[in-house]
Design a protein around this ligand. Structure first.
Ligand SMILES: C[C@H](O)[C@H](O)[C@@H](O)[C@@H](O)C(=O)O
Ligand SMILES: [Mg+2]
Length: 394
């Protein structure tokens, strides 16, 4: 069987949609006084968009093979990522066979290692890698989860991330992860508000529903320990991304000091097998949460997951729609998935990357059967109503 080669790689940007680091309208729960490292500056405390969380926007990577098969993927990266894809990464992709996924990854990573390794460059690399997996699936007419070894369970179960776990419970999710609203700069008063919010939600959802805090890198170690200790009274299941992603030492200490039974999680802003090896070998957390669009793509997530599996750690990828669903359903150490509630009031289930992807599946009563993932590749199409712009060529 002759394998087609990749003729064209194109990088596009598009505004709007694309989940939480993108343009949101006013009053959206995901941009309402969420604690961040910038919250030490009062002028940047109310809105993450005020300090530029949406400055990059979406990267769309499109591939076209010699037999006409096409594949694509979306991630976070915008014009700078498009530049890296067109001006640097394209040379390793065009002309390669569409099955050369490992070799392309290796060349993309080590050719950019001198200025990449994490962040924007690995986001761009991840976008190319996901597009390659979509292309391979489209060519083989198989869903990506088949290419990964197939489903180990008949359906996915989801927890939901939003400011309203009480509504998430009503919508059938197995748990609710709330953004932390007050960081150390707001002192004891802010800490008490955080705990009061948790207590209120616990009263609304009852004792069995999972409740978690997402701290989005906003805390320092002592505050995180205090928050964990006080939140323990209200059955907090896990404290997420409390510290800077680079503070491996702080995470290791937080995990030692966390109340028995409370989980420490992190990883959505970590990248590559090496970064996650550090988190795992320094015993920083109980659950790692790579974002497959940021950590190095599917090719790297496979490696990261094997490292975690060998140590009995769970891998619950940061919400990234179909790009994580196809992975989670194939791994025993990924027993559930995240769903990011992108409806402004968190009161209804809408596609995570809305409106970018047509046929994007969403959980129903907090579950998604494997049948919803059975289209070739990642099973989604770009919405033609979303205007793509190609800022660079090569
Ligand atoms: C809602 C949180 O503050 C983040 O924006 C969220 O996207 C991420 O941290 C997550 O774990 O979903
Ligand atoms: Mg998070």
């Amino acid at each position: 069987m002759s394998v087609p080669t990749i003729k064209h790689l194109r990088a596009f940007v598009v505004r709007g949609g694309g989940a939480d680091y993108h343009d949101q309208g006013g009053g959206h729960w995901i941009d309402d006084h969420i604690a961040t490292p910038m919250a030490r500056y009062p002028e940047y405390r109310q809105s993450r968009q005020s300090f530029g969380i949406n400055v990059l926007g979406t990267l769309v990577v499109e591939l076209e093979a010699s037999d006409g098969t096409t594949g694509f993927a979306v991630t976070t990266g915008g014009e700078p990522a498009a530049y890296i894809v067109e001006k640097h990464l394209a040379r390793f992709v065009e002309g390669a066979k569409l099955t050369d996924i490992e070799k392309i990854w290796d060349q993309m990573y080590f050719a950019t290692q001198y200025y990449g390794r994490k962040g924007l460059v690995v986001n761009a690399l991840s976008g190319v890698d996901l597009a390659l997996w979509d292309l391979l699936g489209k060519w083989r007419r198989e869903p990506v989860h088949h290419l990964l070894g197939g489903a180990v369970r008949p359906e996915l179960q989801f927890y939901a991330t939003s400011s309203r776990p009480d509504l998430s419970k009503k919508l059938g999710f197995i748990g609710g992860k709330m953004p932390l609203h007050h960081g150390p700069a707001e002192g004891e008063e802010g800490l008490q508000k955080n705990i009061a919010e948790l207590a209120e939600m616990r009263a609304r959802v009852g004792s069995d529903f999972w409740l978690m805090f997402d701290c989005w890198m906003s805390l320092e170690l002592n505050y995180a320990i205090k928050l964990a200790q006080r939140a323990h009274e209200h059955g907090l299941k896990w404290i997420e991304e409390a510290l800077s992603p680079d503070d491996y030492w702080g995470y290791a200490e937080l995990k030692k000091q966390a109340p028995r039974g409370m989980l420490v999680t992190t990883g959505e802003h970590e990248a590559t097998r090496w970064g996650f090896r550090m988190l795992l070998e320094m015993d920083c957390c109980d659950i790692i949460q790579p974002d497959v669009g940021w950590c190095g793509g599917m090719t790297e997530l496979i490696k990261i997951s094997a490292l975690a599996d060998a140590r009995g750690a769970l891998v619950i990828p940061h919400g990234s729609s179909v790009y994580s669903y196809h992975f989670v359903i194939t791994r025993h150490n990924s027993p559930f998935a995240e769903f990011l509630m992108m409806a402004p009031k968190a009161d209804e289930v809408v596609p995570m990357f809305n409106p970018l992807l047509l046929d994007e599946p969403v959980p129903v009563q907090g579950r998604l059967g494997v049948g919803a993932l059975d289209k070739p590749g990642f099973g989604v199409r770009l919405n033609p109503a979303c205007t793509l712009h190609r800022p660079y060529t090569h």
